[in-house]
Write a protein that binds this ligand. Structure first.
Ligand SMILES: [Zn+2]
Length: 180
């Protein structure tokens, strides 16, 4: 079974996102639905994942959910969520945005310079987002916003246009609630 944490980390790292934070005992089947307070009905999750987890009577759902998110690194996990949010808002992936900006400046994304530029520009927005009261992390919309600001900054640094006109510009957007 591929989870975000290995056996040796199970007491210290969130089973879903793999972060090393204070963990909460989370019931697989919630108490109001008849779940018992015993080890077989418990997973250890960080507070953030605890809030996002499923609360249903079928215990398999919890494991499906935890397994689906299995990623090797904590940072990777929330970065992926931030990138998904970016694509949802701007209808273009972060990597495509970066490639398009670099292409305008005649820099190959594989270029050693490209990596350095991205790193520098990420650092430039590093302190421009903040956590919300009671949530000790940047939420996904904040991360997506920081990515956007990073791209603006990158384009400005290179003296190129951003956003690059998308092929589907002008077409009506699909409302979020009808996306399948
Ligand atoms: Zn977590």
């Amino acid at each position: 079974m591929w989870l975000s944490v290995g056996r040796s980390e199970a007491e210290t790292h969130c089973w879903r996102c793999g972060c090393e934070k204070k963990l909460q005992r989370c019931h697989i089947i919630p108490d109001p639905l008849g779940g018992k307070d015993e080890p077989g009905n418990i997973v250890l999750l960080c507070s953030r994942c605890h809030t996002e987890g499923p609360n249903v009577t079928d215990p398999e759902i919890m494991w499906d959910w935890i397994r689906a998110y299995g990623v090797p690194f904590y940072e990777t996990f929330w970065n992926i969520r931030g990138m998904q949010e970016y694509k949802f808002i701007y209808h273009k992936s972060l990597s495509d945005e970066i490639s398009d900006i670099l292409r305008q400046a005649n820099i190959s994304p594989d270029d050693e310079r490209a990596g350095r530029l991205i790193k520098e520009n990420l650092q430039s927005v590093h302190d421009k987002g903040s956590i919300h009261f009671g949530q000790p992390y940047l939420n996904t919309a904040t991360m997506a916003g920081l990515y956007r600001m990073m791209l603006k900054h990158l384009a400005e640094t290179l003296g190129v246009c951003f956003p690059v006109a998308a092929a589907d510009e002008g077409k009506p957007r699909t409302p979020w609630w009808s996306i399948t």
